[in-house]
Design a binder for this molecule. Sequence first.
Ligand code: ATP
Ligand code: MG
Length: 443
Amino acid sequence: MSRIVQSHWLGKLFGSIFTRLLLVLILTGLCINMLVGGFFRHFYASQKALFQTNLTQYASYLVQDLGSPPNFERAQALSAELAIGIGYEGLESTWTTSEEIVSIDTYRKHVWRRHKANLVGEYHDHYFLLFNQGPDQFVFVIDEIDDTRQTLFVLGLLVLLTVVLGIAYWAIRRILHPIRWLNEGVQQISQGNLNHEVPARRVDELGDLARAFNAMTARIRHMLRSKEQLLLDVSHELRSPLTRVKVALEFMSKNKIRQNIHEDISEMETMIGEILENARLRSEHGHLEVQPVNLMDLIKQETEGLTCQAPGIDLQWLPQEVMLPLDTDRVCIVLKNILSNALKYSDAEKRSVKVTYESQNEFAVLHIRDFGAGIPPEELPYIFEPFYRVDKSRSKDTGGYGLGLNLCKTIMDAHHGKIEVESTLGEGTQVSLFFPKVLTASQ
Ligand code: ATP
Ligand code: MG
């Protein structure tokens, strides 16, 4: 099973369905705004001619009101009443109602709309309208453009839009939350935690999916239990006939056939022992018998039995004493399995197996390193599975049923420890056993 790993934070962000939905939401919002904005822009553009005609008409009324020649006092009164500035340049006189009003020539340089003879524009934060009547030229200046109000309005709009988007995002996350639960559920199941159930309270399609997921895991659980039970029953049933065959063998004359049958029976007995031991440790009644033991004594004891096997075991820099709360018999099973694996999968002519000790914060760690065949990286995740062997063809030299590491893991788990395997194909394998330094309540 391959998993896409997105290490970069940007990759992670855009790999999320929630971010993508938010982007779709923002883009949809932008498109709707542009469409609505475009429509109104077009609509008002068609109304512009009418507006400018009205503006010209309004200016001509004002000029009429000022009289001929234009009356300065009347201009001042109108300026105060309408909050506009008026500038006049004629043949005989020139006046302005405010000192801020500049020459009409200057305004002419800043026009941005031309309609008939009138000129509209913007100069120094003021809108203006130029109006000619014969030789008389007028400029009407409207009060300052209120930029801050406009900015505040736009800012307010942005804040409101952000709030609306935030609420939409929150709602999407809430609606799609079961996807996260299901994702976590799939991960838990793939790690072997078949008892994991995802919340299935929702009454929608995702709720249905969650219920279907739970039903599926329950079914798998049931199937696996039945399989395990069958294996246990068969193992139990095989014990008595095997013992009977062993007794019967004693009456056979000592020859090669008897020797072979004896070896096969011993192998089967070991396998059955491992299956039953594994099941016992996993069951509610399978307690460890923990007492303070010197781990170094155990490793020395286990290596002694294997010294004659090539390429040999090299105990390096081991301390004299590492007292730990351990179940001696079970830890011996682990050490025996790991050491015999290291020897079994090593070349007799290669370097000997190296055993080193390391003290970490809460763990006493034993590293068992061999320089043998190594394990292909794609096989590594499965080597703790029962009956899993890299070399599927069982040869007489390597023997085994692929149960050793499975039992080791069960024993290490029962001690609240860990077992880790690092391996490079062709270079060798290192198995690290992590024993907790202090006793845990449930051991
Ligand atoms: P059993 O332990 O039941 O006698 P086994 O040794 O084949 O049989 P495990 O100890 O569970 O089974 O190991 C599983 C598989 O992992 C082995 O078949 C082997 O392919 C691989 N393996 C384990 N240890 C090593 C190692 N040190 N070097 C290379 N391969 C290894
Ligand atoms: Mg083994």
